[in-house]
Design a protein around this ligand. Structure first.
Ligand SMILES: Nc1ncnc2c1ncn2[C@@H]1O[C@H](COP(=O)(O)OP(=O)(O)OP(=O)(O)O)[C@@H](O)[C@H]1O
Length: 259
């Protein structure tokens, strides 16, 4: 079991943000975390990355049981995180290459001298994510889609066991979004591919590589299971409390309001 949450609840500032979460992720699975604004997705990610500690329940992430053999720093080295929050922290005048390299040290900016091996690895990742042509440009000059691919390359520098993508397509046009989604397929085909956890508000982004989906509602697991079971008219109509239409084509779903 790569990730296991048993009856996990989280209270912050006197409020229950998550209630009785039960969730298991096995090696080889890739998950979507789907829920409305305020459902508790960010709170759940913060727990997985050991920024928040469960108020109740048991939690094991990548073999680390919270509370016992638990070391936040060690755990975070095994988790790649791509989020808007991280984007804001980077130095805009660093080049794409420097940003990817810094992923080897889990640092913002480069303070250690990178080895030739790390340099080669960074170039390989820039190539894999199709960022080579702008590797020497500063981060601030990149488009949103280019920035996101650089961040994914950066996250892969540390060979994570879990790669979390928190709404990575925000601000991306159709083509940039599809290119980013394509690169996720490439990542799942790598040797020692990390488990992907993809957080989104849009069912249209759920690729067939995402075998499982967790539906979160009001801080509780509304349901979880295979993506095809979860992304169904029945489940989603109940999740939203209104009738929706789901159509599937070539393994991808789209969602519309029923009128
Ligand atoms: N530190 C905190 N103290 C009190 N309430 C909080 C705290 N952090 C978040 N919340 C509340 O908890 C709920 C869940 O927030 P969270 O950010 O996890 O939702 P989300 O699913 O990520 O939403 P979005 O899709 O909009 O990003 C929200 O109602 C939010 O206002």
């Amino acid at each position: 079991m790569m990730i296991e949450l048993e009856h996990v609840s989280l209270k912050r500032n006197g409020q229950w943000l998550l209630k009785d979460i039960n969730w298991q992720i096995q090696n080889g699975e890739h998950w979507v975390l789907y829920g409305l604004n305020g459902a508790g997705k960010t709170a759940l990610l913060n727990m997985l990355c050991a920024y928040y500690f469960p108020t109740e329940g048991n939690m094991t992430v990548l073999g680390k049981k919270f509370g016992r053999d638990y070391l936040a720093e060690k755990l975070r080295q095994k988790i790649g995180l791509v989020s808007a929050n991280l984007q804001q922290k980077l130095y805009p005048s660093d080049t794409a290459f420097q940003i990817v390299l810094s992923g080897a040290f889990a640092s913002i900016g480069l303070y250690e001298k990178p080895s030739n091996q790390n340099r080669e690895k960074a170039i390989g990742l820039l190539e894999e994510l199709q960022c080579l042509s702008y590797a020497d440009r500063t981060y601030e000059t990149l488009s949103q889609g280019e920035k996101q691919r650089v961040l994914i390359a950066r996250a892969l520098m540390a060979d994570p066991e879990l790669l979390i993508l928190d709404e990575p397509t925000t601000g991306l046009d159709f083509l940039a979004r599809e290119q980013l989604l394509e690169s996720l397929v490439t990542i799942t085909n790598r040797i020692n591919a990390p488990i992907l956890l993809y957080v989104t508000h849009h069912v249209e982004e759920i690729l067939p590589i995402f075998t499982h989906t967790l539906l979160l509602k009001n801080g509780e697991v509304f349901d979880s299971g295979t993506t095809t079971e979860m992304i169904s008219e029945n489940r989603l109509s109940k999740l939203f409390d209104r009738d929706v239409l789901v159509t599937w084509e070539n393994g991808r779903a789209s969602l519309r309001r029923k009128v």
